[in-house]
Design a protein around this ligand. Structure first.
Ligand code: IVH
Length: 713
């Protein structure tokens, strides 16, 4: 007997799955991430398997996709367009392989009924009574493209109809839209006598990553809503009422399957086609794109190797793949294995771990950096994405929030690809709470209440109040950071604690701290007090270059600081130098010179510098560079690529710093790249490339250490 709560849960799951399938397939506006949808299906399937009386013919576990949307004419597929069963781990893939092999053993040995009781997917052990081993089965391994399935019907070589999958039996007529896709030929390119009378090519319409980014860039410029990901963008672009809109969108296509086929090179009723390999070859010969990653695997082990390798390289590809599809190559074996109501038994989709999840954006907050830059960020209901919990994600700047139109209370799609910083892709509009309003960038600093300033033509907003406590914490923490005075034990939280206690107002106060100030502070023991005071004392001798970095002077990062230190040798010489003299230093232009002069002309800064002198902080350079002595060649022969905005370096400065140490800084990542340095708003493709090529990804602090030592840590 089924417990009432299980019956109710199964009903609820059916309702939810049907609802979300419609959002995904009909509206192209999913409200939950793919992985969350898959989890609902897995739960329902498990309930139905454990309680067979719950199974129903109309259950979504027995269905493909969703019914066609009424805005398109229906097309009945000559051959059903099936879905695929999923394996969510290599273990599940292995279990599928084992069952396939056993089932094939039964099929090859002509066991009656072997196929009918064989539910390959779903955990049933289908080993026949007598254990029969089959010969290793040849498999075709393909990337699982994250787009939408399309069937192209050619008659006598002419494209006559294009249809979406719909519910697998009936799809939507999108012929006029498909005619605008450049890589889909209107007429097949086969020799005379070769052209089949009927050829249905099935495959995936998708949007390449670069095309998606470019489309969203243009939409942001035009003030239009951004697409959350390439899949939604491809589906939304194809399923337009007006083909002119589709024509303006960069859509692509990979063919991977043949539906109805008759005549020409395919033979009567496709009799000349014996394998999936033959089908792909015909699709390609006909002039349709076939994915170059596809390989033939001699056995299951080779197929596993492909799945693992593709997973490692997934960010290397210029299109999104959400898994790998493994198919039995031999068409006779495929026919013998047959299908369930929704998916073939001869294929499986190995799904990669999800990189997108939905969660609730609880609040949009603004953090103030040491230069006063006000950066909006999202506080999220914690969610596990790609193996780690995400609860914060940067929103970069005011324009980005506006373009994405994310609002507090929204359900948002969060993406975290590999090691990459988590990102909010966009809101799920259908789940938006009633009465929500676009988020407004605050006009005053959340920390000090002074007005925030955004200069004409700049994308960043600043708090310009030097007394701002948030800036103060950031500036003091930066002063002690590894790239500056390197004071171990002086993290941001500790600085905040000391600022709150009134023990630190500016960086010079660090040198006046005494053990008696610290001992009764939370988290401080005798040893940590002694260590911190020791590290502060030791920092006095760091020398001019690090001191300049530590002072948080705009545009003065480690490279500029060491150029200045090498040239002028002493902080007093630097303070006395005029703009022209500073600008004449090699690698220091007028912008940096003006910034230095502005910094030292402020009485407050001057007073801090004097107190640093009195505390015994060394003002002289540790390595005078008489006559332009060369920097240590820590990066000799190495390529270091930079992407995104760094705090202490402009892009030119970062590149100059690499060159000055014997390195190169090309514009793109390859397998030979030594490291990729990532700042705020990095380029997606460089990150993806680095990840898949195994290139180490460094943040700014690690970059500074790299410049210094040549070591990756
Ligand atoms: S074969 C009967 N091959 O995945 C076999 N599908 O989850 C049907 N897909 O509806 C599909 N890449 O939209 C196949 N290389 C590939 C694929 C692929 C992506 C999609 C397709 C299908 C869905 C099933």
């Amino acid at each position: 007997m089924t417990a009432p709560d299980e019956t109710a849960r199964a009903d609820e799951l059916r309702r939810l799955i049907t609802y979300h399938a419609e959002r995904y397939f009909q509206e192209d506006e999913p409200e939950i991430a793919d992985a969350e949808y898959d989890a609902l299906v897995v739960e329902l399937r498990r309930l139905e398997q454990e309680n067979p009386e719950l199974a129903a013919d109309e259950s979504p576990t027995a269905r493909v996709g969703a019914a066609p949307a009424p805005r398109f004419a229906p097309v009945r597929h000559a051959v059903a367009m099936m879905s695929l069963d999923n394996a969510f781990s290599l273990d599940e893939l292995y279990a599928w392989g084992q069952r396939l092999q056993r089932l094939l053993g039964a099929v090859q040995n002509g066991e009656p009924g072997a196929r009918d009781d064989a539910a390959i997917q779903g955990g049933e052990d289908v080993a026949p009574a007598t254990e029969v081993r089959s010969r290793p089965v040849q498999l075709v391994c393909e990337p699982k493209i994250d787009g939408l399935a399309l069937s192209l019907r050619y008659e006598s070589g002419h494209l006559v109809q294009a249809a979406t999958r719909g519910d697998g039996t009936t799809g939507e007529d999108v012929t006029a839209n498909v005619r605008t896709i450049r890589s889909i030929p209107a007429v097949l390119d086969l020799g005379d006598g070769e052209v089949p009378d009927v050829l249905e090519v099935r495959g995936e319409v998708y949007m390449a990553a670069a095309d998606f980014e470019e489309l969203n860039r243009r939409r942001a410029e035009a003030g239009e809503r951004l697409f959350a990901n390439p899949r939604n963008s491809a589906a939304g672009s194809l399923r337009q009422k007006d083909p002119a809109v589709t024509a303006s969108r960069p859509l692509s296509f990979w063919g991977y399957q043949i539906g109805e086929v008759d005549g020409g090179a395919a033979g009567p009723a496709g009799s000349a086609l014996h394998s999936q390999g033959d089908c792909l070859a015909l699709i390609s010969r006909a002039g349709l794109p076939v994915n170059p990653e596809i390989v033939v695997a001699a056995d299951l082990d080779e197929a596993f190797a492909f799945c693992r390798s593709l997973e490692g390289r997934r960010h290397d590809l210029d299109y999104e793949v959400d898994g790998a599809v493994v198919k039995v190559d031999d068409l006779d074996l495929q026919r013998a294995l047959g299908s369930t109501s929704r998916a073939p038994r001869w294929a499986i989709a190995y799904k990669f771990p999800p990189e997108e999840r939905t969660t609730v954006l609880e609040e949009i907050l603004v953090s103030i950096g040491r230069t006063g830059r006000a950066t909006p960020f999202a506080k999220l209901a914690p969610v596990v994405v790609a193996g780690s919990t995400v609860s914060l994600a940067t929103l970069h700047n005011e324009d980005q929030v506006r373009a994405k139109d994310v609002r507090p209370g929204d359900t948002v799609i969060v993406r975290k690809a590999g090691d990459v910083i988590p990102e909010v892709l966009g809101p799920v509009l259908a789940a938006r709470p009633r009465g929500s309003a676009p988020w407004e960038f605050p006009t005053t600093c959340p920390a000090c209440g002074e007005p925030l300033v955004r200069l004409e033509g700049e994308s960043d907003t600043y708090c310009v109040n030097l007394e701002c406590p948030a800036q103060r914490v950031q500036r003091i923490a930066h002063f002690g950071s590894r790239s500056a005075m390197d004071i171990e034990g002086l993290g941001e939280q500790r600085v905040a604690q000391l600022v709150e206690r009134g023990l630190l107002v500016d960086v010079a106060d660090l040198y006046a701290l005494a053990a008696s100030d610290l001992v009764d502070l939370e988290g401080f023991g005798e040893l940590s007090v002694a260590n911190l005071l020791g590290a502060i004392e030791a920092s006095k001798g760091q020398g001019l270059a690090r001191l300049l970095v530590a002072l948080s002077i705009r545009h003065v990062g480690p490279t500029v600081a060491s150029l200045l230190a090498g040239d002028l040798g002493d902080l007093d010489a630097l303070r006395q130098a005029g703009e022209a003299e500073l600008a004449a230093v090699e690698g220091v232009g007028p912008t940096i010179a003006a910034s230095l002069v502005a910094f030292f002309s402020l009485a407050q800064n001057d007073a801090v510098v004097e107190r640093l002198r009195q505390a015994g902080v060394r003002f002289s350079s540790d390595r005078p560079r008489a006559g332009g002595e060369r920097l240590r060649q820590t990066l000799a022969g190495r390529s270091v690529v930079v992407t995104g905005t760094l705090d202490a370096f402009t892009r030119e400065e970062a590149e100059a710093a690499i060159l000055a140490r014997g390195g190169k800084s090309p514009g793109s990542v390859s397998a030979r790249t030594y490291a990729l340095v990532v700042g705020a708003t990095p380029g997606d493709s460089k990150l993806k490339k680095a990840e898949s090529a195994g290139v180490p990804v460094l943040d700014e602090a690690a970059f500074v250490r790299l410049l210094d030592t040549g070591e990756l840590d």
